[in-house]
Design a protein around this ligand. Structure first.
Ligand code: NAD
Length: 320
């Protein structure tokens, strides 16, 4: 297989590209190094992809001609996006529109206009499309009602994927990831910050009461879901990809303390745009993609602690 992985220098994109290379695929990776977090971490991700079957293109998908990227490509894994809920309020919103909506539309439009014969276009959607969901666990048929501008842009791009499938037969499948964690996690994400603070004996800042809950999904399971979606899943389909580890943030902190010792938790205001609870009904992914998460939160957090401990030793961490 020849795969195009967008956002390849990021957390999910690099993990996915590593797996594809390990299984013998050719990978074209694209990224524009958005400065949301330090480029040094992204360069480090790219270092892990050294292979004569890997080629890298530095390009912003919202600009320039994209057609060259698709040369000989069978499957597109579209992971590129401006991530993060909090920064999506205010003037930075234009970057969210550009990287999440416009970049996705330009990819789909290129495939349509140039009649690029891809087998599958897998789009990284998000549980943030649900906002404060009407029911838990939430199914794909429940009404999406994002509570952050980030969620609005992820949902808009997902709708585009469905539209291009329906009107023009572009074989898209959207995966609504529920909070991804594990080795390589973005440094703005809660577990990364908690673990690093714990390792360094610093105070950590917890938004809200800690009773907010999430369906946490380990990175290797997200990669599995992408590979499954590249083979199965009807054009225009949308799936929840949840980790089956539904816990409160306070419960996650207790698990972290088993790995790191007592943590110094300082509580602060709930952050605008944070959903109170997320929980995936992943029945459809099980049925149609044969996807089931393998790593539970105990094991997943143990692995993330181990990874970050090693990163700290070599000075390859970011304190955001
Ligand atoms: P990340 O920020 O680590 O990786 C995204 C990469 O995309 C970055 O390296 C960035 O430079 C690149 N990028 C952004 N806009 C681009 C553009 N216009 N052109 C080229 N490259 C661009 O984020 P991540 O955590 O790896 O997220 C990957 C995908 O998964 C995103 O689409 C995100 O919305 C989605 N997602 C992530 C999570 C999570 O918990 N990490 C949850 C739900 C959905």
């Amino acid at each position: 297989m020849r795969a195009l992985v967008t956002g390849v220098a990021g957390f999910v994109g690099s993990a996915l590209a590593r797996r594809l290379l390990a299984s013998g695929s050719e990978v074209v990776g694209v990224d524009c190094f958005l400065d949301y977090y330090p480029r040094a971490l992204k360069n480090q991700n790219l270092e892990t992809l050294k292979s004569d079957r890997f080629s890298f293109v530095e390009q912003n998908l919202a600009h320039g001609d994209l057609s060259q990227l698709f040369n000989g490509v069978d499957v597109v894994f579209h992971q590129a996006a401006q991530a993060g809920v909090r920064k999506s309020w205010g003037e930075y919103f234009s970057t969210y529109v550009e990287s999440n909506v416009l970049a996705t539309q330009r990819m789909l439009e290129t495939i349509r206009v140039k009649k690029i014969p891809i087998k599958k276009f897998v789009y990284a959607s998000s549980s943030s499309v649900y906002g404060n969901a009407e029911k838990l666990p939430t199914s794909e048929l429940d009404r999406p009602q994002p509570v952050s501008p980030y969620g609005v842009t992820k949902l808009a791009a997902e709708h585009l994927c469905v539209l291009y499938a329906k009107e023009y037969g572009v074989p898209t499948t959207s995966l609504r990831y529920f909070t991804v964690y594990g080795p390589g996690q973005r440094p703005d994400m809660a577990f990364y910050k908690f673990i690093l603070a714990g390792l360094e004996g610093r105070e950590l800042s917890l938004y809200g009461t800690g009773e907010q809950s999430r369906d946490f999904t380990f990175i290797d399971d997200i990669v599995d879901a992408n590979l499954a979606a590249s083979e199965k899943g009807a054009a225009g389909s949308v799936f929840n990809i949840g980790g089956g580890s539904h816990v409160t943030v306070n419960q996650a902190l207790t698990i972290l303390e088993r790995n790191l010792g007592p943590l110094k938790v300082v509580r602060s205001e709930r952050a605008a745009g944070d959903a109170a609870h997320t929980g995936a009904d992943a029945t459809n992914a099980k049925k149609e993609l044969n996807f089931a998460p393998k790593i539970d939160i105990e094991e997943g957090l143990r692995r993330e602690c181990e990874w970050l401990r090693a990163q700290l030793k070599i000075g390859a961490v970011a304190r955001l």
